[in-house]
Ligand binder design. Structure first.
Ligand SMILES: [Zn+2]
Ligand SMILES: [Zn+2]
Length: 460
């Protein structure tokens, strides 16, 4: 594997590695996974697929990292406003082009974090970019055309911030005639910021060079960098609702004078969650997040009123019944929509036989979608859509739902029949066969549903 990866044998001598590269331990013989090899481009006749010269993590990319996720170098910058300087340039490219490319490569990281990058033209910068050949003073010599393309040094090491490109590569921008500087630079900046190589599919931090446009972070890359630096300071905001696919509905709506800002899904305790038309809708403070196949859809979060005119904000609970009617609850009232068309409401909850209000969560349960439960505090009621009433105004104790906490904010059923109960930032997954909460729960809503960075104490 090591030879297939095209690493200079120098990197594989454990003693040399330990002595000369204090920022990483000896490389194990199980370095890198088979999948990583397969992903590597293999130009015909070239025994060395082009790759990054930063050694893979000491535990190898297959053993401990079987889960295929981002790997941290162990260090990160203590500040978020960083400077960079380009010392020498590749001969093939116009300087201004190189400048723009470096800025663009840094931008993929600054877009998803609070980090900022400012170019300086003299003196010491945090990130020092250079184009060098063969031996160049850091015990990691380059190898001429092909093979190792570049390397960079992790934060908190003796050369932190240094990024070296092999001057002997055929550097190009935006075409696959040579080695694309944008791809390689963005990858190296990932190292400079504290990320190791990963085996996650299509990640920018894969050790192997792939020509892939447009340049973008994989979810794994994004989670990795946000684990180190957090999310951008300003929430991506007002443009989202405007991009909503339901634009036609807006025409009757009075636009708010100030663009409203949706809450951060990573910080939110959701008001209600419901599976509607096979997609998952999370509600919070008048906004809705729409997930299809586990992915947040473009244009979301958006104002919930874009879909459901007249919908109160916030909602306490929501569910879709077997006929496709969507029910919303707030306080002592409820609303019903046929898809997006209002058909009823506001109507008093007492019509449904409910005297105790509000409802905190509503769950559609069972493969026929015919069991509907309302939750409030540690109590629950069964609702019968046929009679449009709860079977008794006297609640049952929610302890029947083994493992579910007494106070919940939201509940829904997924396509596989599992129920989910949310409270605050946590959720519990409920097994319909064993009729109890699955082991390993509660888990965090943000990382599991919205790709948010996990708190440090759950990371390993
Ligand atoms: Zn690398
Ligand atoms: Zn170097």
């Amino acid at each position: 594997m090591a030879r297939a990866a095209g690493l200079d044998t120098h990197y594989h001598h454990p003693l040399v590695s330990r002595r000369q590269q204090p920022w990483h331990a000896a490389l194990s013989s199980s370095l890198a996974s088979d999948s990583a090899v397969q992903e590597a481009p293999r130009p015909a006749g070239d025994p060395r697929p082009p790759r990054c010269g930063v050694p893979d993590p000491p535990d190898g990319l297959s053993a401990r990292n079987r889960q295929k996720r981002f790997v941290l170098s162990g260090g990160h910058w203590e500040k978020t406003d960083l400077t960079y300087r380009i010392l020498r340039f590749p001969w093939q490219l116009v300087r201004e082009q190189v400048r723009k490319t470096m800025a663009k490569a840094l931008q993929v990281w600054s877009e998803v974090t609070p980090l900022t990058f400012t170019e300086v033209h003299e003196g010491r910068a945090d990130i020092m970019i250079d184009f060098t050949r063969y031996w160049h003073g850091d015990n990691l010599p380059f190898d001429g055309p092909g093979g190792i393309l570049a390397h960079a040094f992790f934060p908190k090491t003796h050369r932190e911030g240094d990024v070296h490109f092999d001057y002997d590569e055929t550097w190009t921008i935006g075409d696959n005639q040579g080695t694309d500087l944008l791809q390689v630079a963005a990858h190296e900046f990932g190292h400079v910021l504290g990320l190791q190589h990963t085996t996650a599919a299509k990640a920018l931090m894969s050790p192997f060079y792939t020509f892939r446009y447009p340049l973008s972070l994989s979810p794994d890359d994004r989670r990795g960098i946000q684990h180190l630096y957090g999310r951008p300071r300003l929430a991506p905001t007002s443009h989202a609702p405007a991009l909503g696919p339901q634009g036609a509905i807006d025409t009757n709506e009075i636009a708010p004078l100030e663009p409203e800002t949706p809450p951060d899904a990573c910080e939110a305790s959701f008001d209600a969650v419901s599976t509607i038309r096979g997609e998952l809708f999370f509600f919070k403070a008048g906004f809705v997040w729409r997930l299809r196949g586990g992915r947040l859809q473009p244009g979301y979060p958006a104002l919930a009123s874009r879909h459901w005119q007249g919908l109160p904000s916030p909602v306490d609970a929501a569910f879709e019944d077997a006929q496709g009617h969507i029910w919303f609850f707030q306080g002592a009232q409820y609303w019903v929509y046929d898809g997006e068309k209002p058909v009823l409401g506001p109507a008093p909850l007492s019509e449904l036989g409910l005297v105790e209000t509000p409802v905190h969560a509503a769950l559609v349960w069972g493969s026929e979608k015919n069991k509907i439960y309302f939750f409030r505090g540690g109590d629950y009621w069964r609702f019968h859509p046929s009679t449009q009433r709860v079977d008794s105004p006297v609640p049952r104790r929610a302890t029947d739902w083994r493992g579910v906490p007494p106070e919940i904010d939201a509940a829904f059923q997924d396509a596989d029949g599992y129920a989910y109960f949310l409270r605050g930032h946590l959720y519990w997954k409920f097994d319909p066969v064993k009729v109890k909460v699955l082991e390993g729960f509660p888990r965090l809503v943000g990382p599991d549903f919205f790709g948010c960075a996990e708190p440090a104490n759950t990371f390993h």
